[in-house]
Design a protein around this ligand. Structure first.
Ligand code: FES
Length: 574
């Protein structure tokens, strides 16, 4: 049964529910700390209520099951990772998660284990005096633990919820709570500790009272919690080292079983052991690749088009199929994080490597349509009909695929989304995620890259062409309705509205003005690019009352060069 292993939806769900239980525990614990801002007595009363919940038999079973499964499945997920190359947020989450048990075990030994073995009464005053007066170094460690646990939990929650359509609306409030809770907890901790220290000054016998046990205990019994703490730490350390050693051993074995080649556009090949996913290969080979959910098979941003024969590919799992259906992907589109090819494979990542969770959510949930101000780009290859004449159909398809690869990469590298290829035409959207101003800058960068790549393609084809390839591009920016549209397998993210028609019209004008690029003045203004040297025309367009000012650009590359911070807008140059 595949679902019994980590990396499958069931294990992920168990890990998630374990994490949520632990998060609830931590939230209550920190709220209890915050009661120190009222008084030490309020902290103690809060503790009594918390213990009623967490030290009741069901509470203990829930808490310890959550702790053990979350930790165990976390280690298992670490073992299953084929590569430790990962985005910074994932690495942070992982390192914080691994640090928690090491710091937490001493706290558990000093509280829960001590109370259970020696019969001491749980007390805030005892713990606060220990951290504040008797061992401030341990106190600093405790504060670090508190922050690490909280950040780890908030990151987990954020990465779980960020694909929800409602999440962007509450994200700011979530962030405010995430900031406020530890600050109040630390202030409460300090206030309670100061009160306990003042109590100690008035009552020198306080520590003895707080450590009072129902029966006398021998020194050996008193040392027992410390021994258990060391044993737990050694067990965790051994498990962690064991996982790392097992990873190395597994990879050696896999390498012996064989390697596969994953080929990307622009002749980039990555050799990885059999059994790796395409996303793991991308990360290993440092190929920019979107993966907003971190390879958990939830966001669909890692999707790839598989080139060539599909028959040798393993069938998608139910979970992968569900995500692919959600974005109406055709059969040659797969999730790179889920696909583990059994042989060499050629793929094209379909989303810009920098695609964020918000854009992913928009793409996944875009069926309903949203009004957005974006930039729309149309491009068309000059004289394609003439070029296609007297050529075999196979040659035409080969040529078009190279052309689409060149211009498609230029679009995605600049941060745009290729919307559709029709004939020799391309439509692309920019600013779906970051807004119109960023979209206009990205579109100008993409236009320059398209011109450059078409020139390179032209040079590569050399004698096969009667004349160098040329491209005409039109860009306009304005309101559109962006959404997933179409039917069945032809369902994809697109934009409709007057802005789209105007952009197409501007592209057609490049023939009339014999230039590379025509942009509307809205694009120039939003991009903040100087336009004094550009020729201007006033156009009257159908369905528009006001005339439209357009700018004629002879060199898209020169214009993009004038763009302030143009390099920042290119997100994923190979
Ligand atoms: S990385 Fe999110 S589905 Fe693959």
């Amino acid at each position: 049964m595949r679902f019994a292993l980590a990396g499958t939806p069931l294990s992920r769900r168990v890990r998630l529910w374990g994490g949520l239980t632990l998060f609830s525990y931590v939230l209550l614990h920190l709220s209890n700390h915050a009661l120190g801002l009222i008084s030490l007595g309020a902290m103690e009363r809060g503790l009594t209520w918390a213990l009623l919940l967490w030290r009741s038999p069901p509470g203990m079973v829930l808490l310890y099951t959550a702790l053990i499964t979350h930790l165990g499945l976390g280690l298992w997920a670490l073992y299953r990772r084929r590569t430790l190359r990962m985005p910074a947020w994932e690495a942070t989450q992982l390192v914080l998660g691994l640090a928690i048990p090491a710091l937490l075990l001493s706290h558990i030994a000093g509280t829960r284990v001590t109370d259970a073995l020696l019969g001491t009464t749980p007390s805030y005053a005892r713990v606060l005096l220990f951290f504040w007066v008797f061992d401030p170094t341990a106190g600093v460690r405790q504060v670090c633990l508190l922050l690490i646990v909280w950040i780890h939990g908030c990151m987990g929650l954020h990465f779980w919820l960020r694909f929800r359509r409602w999440y962007p609306r509450v994200a700011l409030a979530f962030f405010a709570v995430a900031l406020l809770v530890p600050v109040l907890a630390l202030l409460g901790f300090a206030a309670g500790a100061r009160e306990a220290a003042a109590l100690l000054a008035r009552t020198p016998g306080l520590p003895r009272d707080l450590m009072r046990t129902p029966q006398p205990v021998t020194p050996a019994e008193r040392a027992r919690p410390g021994e258990i703490q060391r044993a737990m730490l050694a067990t965790y350390g051994t498990a962690l080292i064991g996982v790392l050693i097992a990873r190395v051993a597994r990879e050696r074995l896999r390498r012996r079983r064989g390697m596969i080649r994953v080929s990307y556009p622009e002749r980039r090949d990555v050799l990885v052991p059999l059994g790796w996913s395409v996303l793991e290969a991308s990360r290993f080979g440092r190929v920019p690749h979107a993966s907003a959910c971190g390879g958990r098979g939830r966001c669909s941003t890692c999707r790839i088009r598989v080139l060539g024969d599909l028959r040798g590919l393993p069938a998608p799992s139910t979970a992968e199929r569900r995500v692919l259906e959600r974005v109406s992907a055709p059969p040659n589109v797969r999730l790179a994080c889920q696909l583990r090819p059994a042989g060499d494979i050629a793929v094209v990542p379909l989303m810009p490597a920098s695609l964020s969770a918000q854009a992913a959510a928009l793409q996944v949930g875009a069926r309903h349509g949203q009004e957005r101000e974006i930039a729309v780009l149309f491009a068309d290859l000059r004289g394609f009909t003439r070029l296609a004449e007297h050529r075999l159909p196979y040659d035409v398809v080969f040529f078009l695929n190279r052309y689409f690869e060149a211009v498609g990469t230029a679009v995605t590298d600049a941060g745009g989304i290729v919307n559709q290829f029709t004939g020799d035409g391309v439509m692309a959207l920019f600013g779906v995620e970051k807004g119109a101003a960023a979209g206009c800058r990205q579109a100008l960068v993409a236009a320059a890259a398209m011109v450059a790549r078409v020139r390179e393609l032209s040079q590569a084809l050399g004698d096969e062409l009667s004349a160098p390839l040329r491209i005409g591009i039109g860009i306009h920016s304005g309101p559109t309705v962006v959404g997933g549209m179409g039917y069945g397998q032809a369902f994809y993210l697109t934009a409709v509205g007057d802005t789209v028609h105007v952009a197409a019209r501007l592209e057609a004008l490049t023939k009339e003005y014999e230039c590379e690029l025509v942009i509307s003045d809205a694009v120039a203004m939003r991009a903040g690019v100087p336009t004094t040297e550009l020729a201007r025309h006033e156009l009257t367009l159908r369905n528009r009352q006001a005339p439209l000012t357009v700018l004629v650009v002879d060199s898209a590359e020169r214009l993009a060069g004038r763009l302030a911070g143009a390099s920042d807008t290119v997100s994923a140059s190979p």
